[in-house]
Write a protein that binds this ligand. Structure first.
Ligand code: SF4
Length: 676
């Protein structure tokens, strides 16, 4: 059907995909006819042509498309016109929803293509009817807060067709693990709800659809589906597009990482108690053995009690740094012995009931994971311990996603269709060959293309580097300086200021000072990350002046990307420091060691390009449309004083550089009069 529509559609027109794409983007073409405000853009067409060519030749293509290029349509148009099944992966569920609910239907309508589109999320997004039906057997069902939220889910269940829990915004995070499934607790074909299972339905729709929107995590998980006896999506696709590809390495490393926590082990012991009591009471001394397991887990956790809470501790030898190796190994072995006893005992009763068999499989998986942490860290991996107040979590992860990704993009012998892969983002490197992305993802052989932003940056934006900023190592003094600068700017502009910090400590210091200084005396709302949901904070900030009160926002971490505020709600963007990765992070340390081992310079070949990309992402929050005007302040003198400064500056859009307080004041004055 789809192929027929395409054939009829293009019978009268040039027949190669590149020519069809050119016709779609041409003045008076389908896009302009369907969307009167559409304006042809040279960069967008260049990207669309490159994507079309990559599809025709089943190539790997990496495209860095600056802000404003219109990259979504530049990949969607050729992909949809290709006639192949298309899989599009985005970085987050929110971006997935935006693409599926807004961009994709709009374009399908304009192109007049009757395509079946589907959106597939991970297990944790869908309600599990089996777990919901059995929730009253667990301890959590006695908690009044959980019971209230649970009633909400039960009331909603008959009305939902998707089972997607995002239809119930505001559900407490704590409830989600109780009403969703994991690979290990899903009972599979034995489930009474197998036919109506929402995950099964979503997967079936994704397999049936001609275009499917997934997220990066799911893209990596697709390879595992075959092991679960579920048909994977990727082998059917002729085109795979990875949007926001700069996040692929981090997501892949997270996905491939193996974690074992004492919280998980204690939860497992509780589940085991329940299942054995129900299905194998009296056949073995379960209670005694499981209480013994809990004690062993707690004693193991206590070995790390002296480590500071809330940080990652590297681990290269037999135990995490700062922990007695002999005692650590001894407690780990004790946990292993109790798991092994349980595994054997369950083996003798497993045939009596499927839950016993399933529990034995879970025990075997935990034993395997524990055995992994009893061995030394492999050379191409990194290992660390996260110490929380009541629990510890151990993680082992690969250093990069290269091997995993290479296996995915590698065509299987004789595979049909041949696959094209397109990776795109506004931030993929600071060199013409996009080395930062292609190297870490193992895509050195891919074609690359850089499409510059159509914005007039010298006209639209300026960059101020204050000459008298305190050195960044004088943390308290530096944060006070940034807060004072932000206060001056926000007062002049009536808010309209976003402060991005590199650390949570700076976030708190700057946020507190600004709230004290401006919150009461000026008609400006000072929002601070953590004092409201991300969504609520951004909505308030986006609204600009409300009931006579302006708005400024102080944020860190996740606000460095994915924040899209057009118009004059944002005129001043202040970045406190150059975003170098924390040198004490175990992953950063391991990657640096790897670079040195290869004869490279860890600072120049790893830390500096990483900082350049993070800075480019942060700065990219300011100018989001042709009519935006604003100023970026980077309160870190190293940008002008250090030898590496020019490389960081070169990675940024070509803004006007201001280096004197007089120029900063004059620019504020100019922006103040530009407000609509
Ligand atoms: S098949 Fe698995 S995910 Fe689906 S309802 Fe049953 S247990 Fe839950």
């Amino acid at each position: 059907m789809y192929a027929q529509v395409l054939a009829q559609r293009f019978m009268q027109t040039p027949s190669t995909l590149v020519q069809q794409v050119q016709a779609a983007f041409a003045p008076g073409g389908w896009l302009e006819r369907g969307q009167p405000q559409f304006r042809p853009r040279a960069g967008q067409l260049a990207m669309a042509e490159a994507v079309a060519q990559a599809i025709d030749e089943a190539q790997l293509l990496v495209v860095e498309a600056g802000t404003g290029v219109g990259k979504t349509f530049a990949y969607l148009v050729p992909a949809l016109l290709s006639g192949y099944k298309v899989v599009i992966s985005t970085a987050t569920k929110a971006l997935q929803d935006q693409l599926f609910e807004r961009d994709l239907p709009r374009l399908l309508e304009q192109l007049g293509l009757p395509l079946r589109a589907a959106r597939l999320k991970g297990r944790s997004s869908y309600v599990c009817q089996h777990r919901l039906a059995h929730i009253h057997q667990g301890q959590a069902a006695h908690d009044p807060q959980v019971l209230r939220a649970l009633a909400q889910v039960q009331q909603w269940l008959p009305s939902t067709t998707s089972g997607d829990l995002s239809e119930l915004p505001g559900l407490p995070e704590d409830l989600l693990p109780l009403v969703t499934s994991t690979r290990s607790n899903c009972v599979g074909h034995a489930c009474a709800f197998w036919q109506s299972c929402h995950i099964n339905h979503a997967r079936a729709q994704a397999l049936d659809a001609e275009v499917c929107v997934v997220n990066h995590h799911l893209l990596f998980a697709d390879q595992q589906l075959q092991e679960e006896g579920v048909p994977p999506l990727l082998p059917q696709a002729g085109v795979v597009v990875v949007d926001e590809a700069h996040q692929l390495n981090d997501t892949g490393v997270q996905f491939a990482g193996i974690t074992l926590s004492t919280r998980q082990l204690l939860g497992f012991a509780r589940d085991a108690m329940k299942v054995t009591t129900q299905h194998a009471r009296g056949l073995h001394p379960w209670l005694e053995a499981l209480v013994g397991m809990e004690q062993a887990v707690l004693q193991w956790s206590a070995e790390a009690a002296a480590l500071p809470v809330g940080t990652r501790h590297p681990w290269q030898g037999a135990a995490p740094d700062g922990v007695d190796a002999a005692a650590w190994q001894c407690q780990l072995q004790a946990v292993g012995r109790s798991l092994h006893w349980l595994w054997q005992a369950l083996g003798s009763v497993a045939e009596a009931a499927p839950p016993l068999q399933q529990l034995q499989e879970r025990t075997g998986q935990l034993l395997q994971t524990l055995a992994l942490f009893a061995r030394p860290t492999p050379v191409d991996a990194v290992r660390w311990l996260d110490r929380q107040i009541r629990h510890i979590a151990l993680t082992q992860a690969p250093l990069t996603v290269a091997a995993l990704l290479q296996a995915m993009v590698q065509p299987a012998p004789g595979a049909v269709p041949r696959q094209a892969w397109v990776f795109t983002s506004a931030t993929l490197g600071d060199t013409p060959d996009l080395h930062w992305f292609t190297h870490t993802c193992g895509l050195q052989g891919a074609r690359t293309l850089r499409v510059a932003s159509p914005f007039n940056y010298p006209e639209q934006a300026s960059l101020y580097v204050p000459p008298y900023a305190p050195p960044v190592y004088a943390q308290a003094e530096h944060s006070a300086f940034v807060a004072a600068l932000a206060s001056v700017g926000a007062q002049q502009l009536g808010g309209r200021t976003l402060v991005l910090t590199t650390t949570l400590k700076a976030l708190r210091a700057i946020g507190t000072q600004l709230q004290r200084q401006l919150g009461m005396l000026e008609p400006i709302d000072v929002l601070v990350q953590g004092q409201g949901s991300r969504h609520a904070l951004l909505e308030r900030f986006r609204a600009g002046t409300l009931r006579g009160r302006g708005c400024m926002l102080v944020a860190s971490a996740t606000f460095w990307e994915g924040v899209d505020i057009t118009g004059d709600a944002l005129q001043l963007l202040i970045i406190d420091k150059l975003p170098f990765a924390p040198p004490d992070d175990p992953l950063v340390q391991a990657r640096s060691r790897q670079q040195e081992g290869l004869g490279l310079n860890a600072f120049h070949d790893y830390l500096l390009p990483e900082a350049a990309m993070a800075l480019k992402q942060g700065v990219g929050r300011l100018i989001r449309s042709e009519t935006d005007r604003g100023m970026v302040v980077i309160a870190d003198a190293r940008l002008l004083e250090k030898g590496y400064g020019p490389r960081l500056l070169a990675a940024l859009p070509p803004m006007r550089l201001l280096i004197s307080p007089a120029a900063w004041q004059a620019e504020l004055e100019r922006l103040k009069h530009m407000k609509k």
